[in-house]
Design a binder for this molecule. Structure first.
Ligand SMILES: [Zn+2]
Length: 122
């Protein structure tokens, strides 16, 4: 037998959202998210173009090859032990106080030791 966990119909007249208000809010949220995705895609395309320009300048001036670039990308990708196109940082033990520190924190939250000063940490 079908049973509803929540009774949505009972509070229609008690100040909560009606079905059409909820649909309207959901539509507005979807439009906003779509706009954010468009902006992120544009930002990503620009970042890729800048990376490409920097690579070509470096390649031409330092006489590097595409093989050099692929070798370096592989090395960086494997720093986290997984070949997945990302360099994910993991929780680390603080060398000073020995607490585990999440990769979200660039500084040990227990003692203040700088854990990751890389400009590429996300
Ligand atoms: Zn610490």
């Amino acid at each position: 037998m079908f049973s509803m966990k929540y009774n949505y119909g009972s509070d229609i007249n008690s100040g909560s959202y009606t079905g059409s208000q909820s649909a309207s809010r959901a539509e507005s949220k979807a439009t906003s998210l779509e706009s954010q995705v468009k902006r992120l895609r544009a930002d990503l395309a620009r970042s890729l173009m800048i990376s490409e320009a920097l690579w070509e300048l470096l390649r031409d001036r330092a006489k590097l090859t595409e093989q050099d670039l692929h070798k370096k990308l592989y090395e960086i990708d494997m720093r986290d032990g997984v070949l997945d196109g990302q360099n994910k940082r993991k929780a680390q033990k603080c060398p000073d106080c020995k607490h585990m520190v999440s990769s979200r924190h660039s500084v040990c939250i227990y003692c203040g030791k700088v854990m990751d000063d890389s400009v590429f940490a996300i």
